[in-house]
Design a protein around this ligand. Structure first.
Ligand SMILES: [Zn+2]
Ligand SMILES: [Zn+2]
Length: 150
């Protein structure tokens, strides 16, 4: 009897991980996600802010777990991650209402404001077309200093 090539049937570690993630929405993942859903779109939170808000509601969750959970929710397509200045990250709910919005980000205090721009979308679209790329999204993150920080 020939040994069956088991390795063929095994999914790659990444696929396996995604499958598990997709299948299992643990209570902690749910808590983090529902916090974003309660706050609605247009809210950009750091891991520390999320941790603070959850502990306010008597949820026992470590900051390390929040970091892991956030990464996961980004991979699962629930959240969008914004990179601020060095090491700063904000997370927001991905919503169909505002698929292509842009951000004005204060690099000092992290204040984040959203704006819309038809020009950015058009520029992204025509650049993609020119190079024969298939467009997925055009978003612009503007790093700046807010009025309280300069
Ligand atoms: Zn946003
Ligand atoms: Zn600021």
């Amino acid at each position: 009897m020939v040994a069956s090539p088991r390795y063929i049937a095994l999914p790659s570690p990444l696929e396996n991980e995604l499958h598990q993630k997709g299948r299992r929405m643990t209570p902690q993942r749910k808590k983090v996600l529902s916090l974003f859903q309660e706050l609605g779109s247009g809210i950009h939170l750091s891991a520390e802010e999320i941790h603070y808000k959850l502990t306010q509601t008597n949820t026992k969750i470590s900051l390390a777990t929040i970091y892991r959970t956030l990464r996961l929710l980004v991979t699962m397509g629930f959240l969008n991650e914004l990179e601020l200045s060095e090491g700063g990250h904000r997370f927001e709910l991905l919503s169909d209402e505002k698929p292509d919005h842009h951000h004005l980000i204060c690099v000092r205090c992290g204040r984040t404001e959203e704006f819309e721009s038809a020009q950015v979308l058009q520029t992204g679209k025509s650049a993609a077309e020119k190079m024969g790329f298939k467009l997925i999204e055009s978003t612009l993150n503007v790093r700046a200093l807010c009025p309280s920080c300069y």
